[in-house]
Design a protein. Structure first.
Length: 81
């Protein structure tokens, strides 16, 4: 069994299991601040919300607070040094 680690600032994560905003499931975001608030949420920033690929209207970066259990850590980018 591996140990669990909270996401750190700058880490890429995928949103998963959101019932209130199901359209955001599968979206990729970056953790803004690794600290957790009193409701168990962490701040993340999505680079773009919606877009031509899903028929939505593209928007600027969006900051959200998401429950930690709704985040999946993504592997480091292959292009990272």
């Amino acid at each position: 069994l591996g140990c669990y680690r909270l996401p750190a600032a700058g880490e890429a994560v995928e949103l998963s299991g959101l019932s209130g905003r199901p359209e955001l499931n599968g979206a990729v975001a970056r953790v803004i601040d690794g600290s957790i608030d009193e409701r168990g949420r962490v701040a993340v920033r999505m680079d773009a919300v919606g877009g031509a690929q899903d028929g939505g209207v593209s928007a600027a970066a969006k900051d959200l607070r998401v429950t930690v259990r709704r985040l999946r850590r993504l592997p480091p980018s292959a292009s990272a040094p």
